[in-house]
Design a protein around this ligand. Structure first.
Ligand code: TRP
Length: 445
């Protein structure tokens, strides 16, 4: 129900920090840096910024307009503006929340485990050999469970007392740490080589369809788009908020933190001469090479390593909260459960589902591909069609609280034509590859 019963953010900044918390996460600090390094450095960064502005931002504003207008979680929100025919899309969103959080929780568990190692005895240089034990098996599962329990407890406390309070407390800390680490990293010998590797522009790479696909998937994942997370957060807003301004702040913070995280990761790796170890594995940059760098730095490495993994945990936690909130608020809408009940039941089910990723890293990898390439891009595509063609008057939803924004017709036309054509193109490329990866997983090859 919209109306007196629905929870509310206590302030405008509370919503913005929670939304930035959702956006800034493992995607920024883990995935972005290796994607940029592998795919043309500064050229990739530029492509990514362009896609965030031209594709991410319109979809972000679309999700916020639907959520705030409908005052409901995704399934009912889509039905509110588009009729029951759109309910299945909302259900796909909820399913996407299940899938993504199930493996996201496992990776977050690795970060907890690393923080634990630094605290207990510091990293040793054999850490790389231990990555296998940390990332797969009972250890991975146990830390995944630990992470999920914290997420469940926070979401169980509600929008204001749980999600908002945690975000307001933790996000400023995350910004401070990441910026502080970037400044520290700049002082290291070899930082220059790190910047070169990260940012030297190779525009020739941009023309591979795979790079476009990676950049588009990353833009959606990093902004938490395509499965109703921002929609759900916006459903706790009043109509006096300026959605266009807020969407720009959220997207700016997200891109900013991703960029600065790269300024931390690469100087550290290059200062310690570990550059040959970055390439190859997708997880390499962060979970293998960095701990090794911290180990070689001795005492300083313990402090820097702890701060780094703490920032990662904070990012992962505030992102996981939004993933769980989509599922929990939908369950409350649908079944009338109490919030605490919904948080434990849904969070518990997701934790169990995560055991597949925790015990087999190939499942994690394929789930990530499936989520990004099919669920999020497909969800974004469908959202564009919804707001572009089915929703009666999305412009007026945005105008409430923002006044007359001159570029609203441009926004609507982006959602009608440009973004869906682009996403359709990317999907046509991405879907077959992803299906092949899934088939390979099941055939055990
Ligand atoms: N944006 C987060 C990150 O970059 C992950 C995330 C949170 C997410 N909520 C989401 C991704 C919803 C997709 C959809 O780590």
């Amino acid at each position: 129900m919209a109306g007196p019963g629905r929870e509310r953010w206590s302030s405008k900044s509370g919503f913005v920090l929670a939304a930035v918390g959702s956006a800034v996460g493992l995607g920024n600090m883990w995935r972005f840096s290796y994607l940029a390094a592998e795919n043309g450095g500064a050229a990739f960064v530029i492509l990514y910024v362009v896609l965030t502005l031209a594709v991410g931002l319109p979809v972000l504003l679309a999700e916020m307009a639907i959520g705030r207008g409908a005052q409901h979680a995704p399934v009912r929100a889509l039905a509110h503006f588009g009729g029951d025919a759109w309910k299945p899309l909302g259900m796909i969103f909820v399913a996407a929340g299940f899938v993504i959080l199930s493996y996201y929780g496992v990776i977050a568990g690795w970060t907890l485990r690393y923080a634990w190692i630094v605290l207990s005895n510091g990293f040793t240089t054999e850490i790389a050999d231990r990555f296998g034990d940390i990332s797969e098996g009972w250890d991975a599962f146990a830390f995944h469970v630990g992470f999920m329990v914290v997420t469940i407890i926070i979401v169980g406390h509600g929008v204001k007392a749980g999600i908002e309070r945690a975000s307001v407390l933790l996000m400023p800390l995350l910004f401070t740490i990441v910026v502080g680490l970037a400044i520290y990293a700049a002082t290291l010998d070899g930082a220059g080589a790190g910047y070169d590797y990260y940012l030297s522009a190779d525009f020739s790479k941009l023309w591979h369809p795979q790079v476009l696909q990676d950049a588009a998937g990353q833009a959606f994942f990093s902004l938490s788009l395509g499965m109703g997370a921002m929609l759900t957060y916006a459903s706790y807003l009043d109509r006096d908020q300026n959605l266009p301004n807020e969407s720009v702040v959220i997207a700016g913070a997200d891109v900013g933190i991703a960029f600065v995280a790269g300024l931390v990761v690469f100087p550290l790796i290059f200062a310690l001469g570990l550059s040959d170890k970055v390439s190859g594995s997708t997880v390499g940059a962060l979970f293998i090479t960095l701990p090794q760098a911290f180990a070689e730095m001795g005492g300083v490495g313990r402090v820097v390593g702890l701060l780094f993994f703490f920032a990662l945990i904070v990012g992962a936690l505030t992102s996981a909260m939004s993933l769980l909130e989509v599922v929990v608020s939908s369950a409350i809408d649908r079944f009338g459960w109490s919030r605490v009940q919904a948080a434990w039941l849904c969070g518990g089910a997701i934790t169990v589902l995560g055991s597949f990723a925790a015990f087999d890293i190939r499942v994690l990898d394929v789930s990530d591909q499936f989520a990004n390439n099919i669920l999020l891009l497909g969800g974004g595509f469908a959202l564009c069609l919804f707001v572009g063609w089915a929703m009666p008057d999305p412009e007026s939803e945005v105008r409430a609280g923002a006044g007359n924004v001159p570029w609203l017709p441009v926004w609507r036309n982006l959602l009608r034509f440009v973004v869906p054509v682009f996403l359709g193109y990317v999907l046509v490329q991405a879907v077959p590859d992803t299906l092949i990866a899934i088939a390979d997983l099941f055939s055990g090859s």
